[in-house]
Design a protein around this ligand. Structure first.
Ligand SMILES: [Zn+2]
Length: 340
């Protein structure tokens, strides 16, 4: 089968497009013919190499996958049926899984991270990870949904407990996860601040429903947020950027405020001024993807048209290096998707 893969960690030049043997499904698995695969920052991290995570080579990235059932149909699925691949694989029997907190399972893995993913014509996935899809959107649009909307929902609603009438700051509203978070926060009835890096992105963020959009290349984010909240700050900050935004994110929190983070796109380490932290009784939370229950909830809202996939550019599979370059340069709004 055709695939984009890498045999060693490194820059864009380690990505190869070529033939590789198609996987054969193991017990309880189904072979999916991939139609579209959304790009995610995880793909860049995995290509560059993450300390502590060893993967078999060659590796195929791609965590946000839509395709059709090709072989070994099971659980009532028919060959040719369109499916979305739930991006989290867990044991389904431990206490974390039973509590609906699959990402805390000792055996938790992310499709395309610790397994081969969707930058390929075929991939093998556990049958229980398949979710039937309707025709409301094209495969390239559905592929802009799973990991980002699930993670954003888990962060804002489950971990962050965002309520109607509260205020939230979404850092990086033009990213895949940011554009999902904007919509979820509006749906929750919150007042939404967001930051973007250009006027073009600012217009798009407004169209998605952000109430206050701050271009961080032109304005001081902390000053703007404090000015518009009567110097109080916001109830919740949505973080995924890391060191480049961290101090500002903490300073934008009101007394008793919460911060939830799922990522570190600008680096892994931040500082925390403990005096500020305890006197304001702040809460800082981590979030790692989310549960199948939350994914089903998000997909239902997308079916109902209350949330929508945001696709910036669709590339063909062999253009994956160009697609990843675009992601590295942050020159996009929403999701970059590969058509297989
Ligand atoms: Zn488990």
């Amino acid at each position: 089968m055709k695939a984009v893969f890498f045999q060693q960690h490194g820059g864009l030049d380690v990505l190869r497009y070529g033939d590789i043997p198609a996987p054969s499904p193991g017990e309880g698995e189904v072979l999916v013919k991939v139609e579209a695969c959304g790009l995610n920052h995880l793909d860049l991290w995995m290509r560059q190499g993450l300390p502590g995570i060893k993967i078999p080579m060659p590796h195929i990235s791609g965590s946000e996958v839509v395709g059709t059932v090709y072989a070994a149909p099971a659980n009532g699925f028919q060959k040719g049926q369109r499916v979305l691949v739930a991006p989290g694989i867990s044991c389904s029997t431990c206490s974390a899984c039973s509590a609906g907190r699959e990402s805390l399972c000792q055996k938790f893995r992310i499709v395309g991270l610790q397994t081969n993913g969707g930058y390929a014509e075929y991939m093998s996935v556990p049958a229980r990870n398949l979710i039937p899809l309707g025709d409301k959107f094209k495969p390239e649009e559905w592929a802009a949904v799973p990991l980002v909307f699930l993670t954003a929902w888990h962060m804002l609603i489950t971990r962050g407990q965002l309520k109607a009438g509260e205020s939230v700051l979404i850092q990086g509203g033009g990213s895949g996860i940011g554009s999902a978070a904007l919509q979820i926060a509006k749906l929750a009835g919150a007042g939404v601040f967001t930051t973007v890096g250009s006027e073009k992105k600012a217009r798009k963020a407004k169209l998605l429903g952000a109430d206050w959009v701050i271009n961080h290349t032109k304005a001081d984010v902390v000053k703007e947020v404090l000015k518009k909240t009567d110097q109080q700050g916001v109830d919740l900050v949505f973080e995924h950027v890391g060191p480049a935004t961290w101090n500002g994110s903490i300073r934008c929190l009101k007394k008793g405020g919460r911060l939830v983070t799922c990522g570190a796109t600008t680096g892994p380490k931040v500082e925390l001024d403990l005096r500020f932290f305890f006197t304001k009784e702040l809460t800082v939370m981590g979030a790692y993807m989310g549960s199948r229950y939350e994914l089903d909830r998000v997909l239902a809202l997308i079916e109902e048209g209350r949330l929508k996939p945001v696709v910036d550019t669709v590339f063909m599979l062999k253009e994956a290096p160009r697609a990843q370059k675009m992601m590295e340069e942050r020159n996009f709004f929403g999701k970059i998707v590969l058509k297989i």
